[in-house]
Design a protein around this ligand. Structure first.
Ligand code: OKS
Ligand code: ZN
Length: 345
């Protein structure tokens, strides 16, 4: 399969995140993409650098104010104190119920609260450049597929599916899957489906397309009553306005086994067929793996071959975008298994 990768992902390398009240090394680490890249090369998949600038697409899926904030965030953090070069900014105040989000404060960390859904998404010096390179990679894969490639895989990090119209969260900054879907629309696909198979609900992707009928969002994920992102991903979220009926959430209990997961996948795929999608984006989280350190589904490495086979049966031009997956040493094998399953079908 044609795949797109850039070493610029390594510019995003924050040191720590908060976990159970402590600072711990980030789960979303540089090595993730390194292992995936190595496995792609070892398996003989063609790997190219991004060759499309996603800038024209970004404001179609994110607000300009958010984009400007994200691009300038590190420089503004440094401007507060040169010693901040050795520190990571985290939000500490959020405009939740009864507080006003419509009067944006000028203070940096307050703005960080406006543009973040959590304190789990650390920014560092290279975050913008890495995230932008990832969005460029997604736009590149979309171009290849719209020009006739059957499928392409985006081996990128940081991930994207929690990043919403105007906020970061869940390790995500720019929504790569949304960029790919929008780029496919721009290239002429009348209807695009996004199938999100990450363990976590893709709240950002859902939010971006929630009122649109041209991009369908279908997600299987751990039930938000117990799993991140907690505040979106329920079965009664079906889309709104023109988008009503074009959003499908299939939450499963934490601990769900592969059989139940594949039943939900079949239900989601039936809805994609009924929608009449002309192109498909798969938000390919691999944190459904049985040995993932932060998730609770039970897919085996062989199940990822089956996933690839099932997705191929939709018979659509397909862009795979890497999302989560933190069992780092198995990540390459699991990613390649999806691609090999797809190509064998
Ligand atoms: C705790 C981190 C919460 C989990 C983030 C999940 C990221 C992910 N602060 N999304 O698909 O894999
Ligand atoms: Zn995830």
């Amino acid at each position: 399969m044609r795949t797109v990768f850039t070493p610029l992902h390594a510019l995003h390398a924050p040191a720590t995140e908060f976990f159970r009240g402590e600072r711990v090394p980030c789960f979303e680490k540089v090595d993730r993409a390194r292992y995936v890249h190595e496995a792609l090369v070892a398996r003989g998949h063609r790997v190219d650098a991004p060759e499309v600038d996603s800038r024209p697409v970004l404001p179609q899926v994110h607000g300009e104010r958010y984009l400007a904030f994200l691009e300038s965030a590190w420089a503004r953090w440094l401007a507060l104190d040169p010693a901040n070069a050795e520190r990571q900014p985290f939000p500490s105040t959020w405009p939740i119920r009864t507080l006003r989000a419509d009067r944006e404060p000028s203070e940096f960390s307050a703005q960080l609260g406006v543009y973040s859904m959590d304190n789990g998404t650390p920014i560092c010096a290279g975050t913008w450049d890495a995230a932008k390179a990832g969005a460029d990679a997604a736009a590149t894969a979309a171009r290849w597929v719209s020009q006739g490639e059957r499928a392409a895989f985006v081996a990128t990090r940081p991930p994207g599916h929690h990043a919403g119209p105007d906020f970061m969260g869940g390790y995500c900054f720019l929504n790569n899957a949304a960029v790919a879907a929008q780029a496919l629309r721009n290239a002429g696909a009348a209807r695009v489906a996004v199938l999100d198979v990450d363990y976590h609900h893709g709240n950002g992707t859902q939010a971006i397309f929630y009122e649109r009928a041209d991009v369908q969002f279908v997600s299987l994920h751990g039930d938000p009553r117990t799993e991140f992102p907690f505040f979106l991903g329920h079965a009664d979220e079906v889309g709104a306005g023109a988008g009503q009926g074009f959003n499908l959430n299939l939450p499963l209990p934490a601990g769900a086994l592969a059989d139940a997961w594949f039943d939900a996948l079949a239900a989601g795929m039936a809805r994609i067929r009924a929608f009449g999608a002309e192109a498909l984006v798969v938000s390919l989280g691999l944190d459904t793996f049985e040995h993932d350190p932060i998730s609770k589904f039970k897919l085996s490495s062989d199940d990822f071959l089956r996933l690839g086979e099932r997705v191929a049966s939709l018979d659509l031009p397909t862009v795979f975008v890497l999302e989560g997956g933190y069992a780092v040493e198995a990540l390459g094998q699991n990613a390649v298994n999806v691609l090999d399953g797809f190509e064998s079908a």
